[in-house]
Design a protein around this ligand. Structure first.
Ligand code: LLP
Length: 438
């Protein structure tokens, strides 16, 4: 579900034409729909309502301040994984007390920042990290809460780069070690371990691995309860899917149908449930808008060379990820009824849709059938709202794209396009002050 649709042969985001945005802001540019973000947040909240979960939006998926402000304003907390993300969340108006903080490499400096800010919950990834947090809390005289991240050893059936809940991963600790750790750390004055955290992978298109992981977490909680150790928090992480292809992902309801019955009674008995959705809230809410700079024939291949590629959207080249791509004003008015891998429509031409960078791996789609495009046409890369701009980079000294937020018939620039001056400002040696860590 999203608010990107064709009207009279032209692509719109809500009530604003994408060409109007491109003409005013330029390309490459990320365009987000406010209505889509709020609708997806509403759906997750409604589906899991019986658990009254604490919903913490995963900042890493789309860290733009205006987007965070929108989501925080709608009542969500934030899942952060660095001092930088915590600062963004707070700057966007989200109190640190509504933030949960995961990440395997929290530095002392970041831990101190989180403690001083009043972080809601540390999602603790190892025994060593627990020691570091507890020591810092004691030094500052600020007690804190934590949840232990477990790796429940389930297969999320997703890309190996984003599978995180199997036994041999850098994330969390396995279930046997978890039990030992929870016994040893129980009752710690400065860092009180209140629960368990997990994040099994992303995207997870089948609710079953959640069921398996939750059953293992509950079994661990029950064993500990028998020893007098009561855990009152279960953070399920993120990972719900999004529609890269129309209808590809289960709806929030479908995940809830599996998860809610497992936890409903526990919640009645005082368990607090936390969800950390990222992709499922913002992926379908964002489109990357590009211009075709040139078209070119090499051997049998037809290239559409765009003004950005893996610098603006890394997912296709990094994960072989599929993103539906279509011209904003398709030739002969060919409009897809659904976003599919191989649309069956008249007059399509097979293109390699590539960026301008000096790598053969710089592509957005290979062998893709789209209406024929020409120099100056614009392309929309769909489902780019999550892990799009957040993974963008400046390779080949490409300035970062602009970001625009659409609300009904109007739009606002929420991140200015980077200038060449911005790009070099941290390298003007004579002007540099030491900034080891802010
Ligand atoms: N919580 C934790 C601890 C996480 O590590 C993540 C994502 C999330 C929540 C949010 O997961 P989501 O609901 O967005 O699936 N760059 C990859 C995705 C990496 C996900 C990393 N962790 C991609 O472009 O597909």
């Amino acid at each position: 579900m999203d608010h990107f649709h064709f009207i009279n042969g032209a692509l719109y985001c809500e009530g604003v034409s994408m060409d109007e945005i491109a003409e005013s802001v330029g390309t490459p540019c990320y365009v987000y729909s406010r209505a889509t973000i709020l609708e997806h947040l509403r759906r997750v909240r409604a589906a899991f309502e019986p658990l009254s979960p604490w919903i913490c939006f995963s900042v890493k998926s789309c860290p733009n301040l205006s987007i965070l402000r929108l989501i925080s304003g709608a009542g969500a907390g934030m899942d952060v994984v660095s001092g930088g993300e915590l600062c963004r969340a707070m700057e966007a108006g989200c109190s640190a007390s509504k933030c949960v903080y995961a990440g395997v490499g929290k530095t002392d400096h970041e831990i101190e920042l989180a403690l001083r800010s009043g972080i809601g919950l540390f999602n603790v990834e190892s025994e060593q990290e627990f020691e570091a947090i507890a020591a810092c809390a004691e030094r500052l005289g600020i007690p804190c809460d934590g949840a232990l991240r477990i790796n429940p050893d389930v297969d999320p059936k997703t890309h190996r780069y984003t599978s995180t809940g199997n036994r041999e991963t850098k994330f969390g600790v396995d279930l046997v070690r978890a039990a030992d750790f929870l016994r040893a750390s129980h009752g710690h004055h400065w860092c009180r371990i209140r629960g368990l955290h997990m994040h099994i992978g992303s995207p997870v298109y089948d609710p079953t691995p959640y069921e398996q992981a939750i059953r293992k977490a509950l079994a661990l909680m029950d064993t500990l309860r028998d020893d007098g150790i009561v855990l009152d928090t279960l953070d399920l992480g993120g990972g719900f899917g999004a529609d890269y292809i129309t209808g590809q992902s289960p709806a929030a309801d479908a995940y809830a149908q599996v998860i809610v019955p497992l936890l409903e009674d526990r919640v009645r008995d005082g368990l607090r449930v936390i969800l950390e959705p990222g992709r499922s809230i913002v992926a379908n809410a964002g489109v990357l808008l590009l211009s075709v700079v040139y078209t070119k024939q090499s051997g049998d291949r037809t290239f559409a060379i765009c003004d950005a590629g893996m610098n603006a959207l890394l997912r296709p080249s990094h994960y072989d990820a599929f993103h539906f791509i279509w011209p904003t004003r398709p030739a002969a008015g060919v409009i897809p009824a659904a976003r599919t891998m191989e649309p069956e429509l008249p007059g399509l031409v097979v293109h390699d849709i590539v960026g301008p960078l000096c790598e053969t791996g710089d592509f957005l789609a290979l062998g893709r059938s789209i209406p024929v495009v020409a120099r100056g046409d614009r392309l929309a890369v769909f489902t780019a709202g999550a892990y799009g701009m957040s993974m963008a980079n400046r390779y080949n000294s490409s300035p970062l794209p602009a970001e625009v937020l659409v609300d009904g018939d109007s739009f606002e620039i929420v991140r200015a396009r980077e200038t060449y001056d911005d790009m070099v400002s941290h390298e003007r040696v004579g002007e540099l002050a030491p900034a080891i860590a802010e």
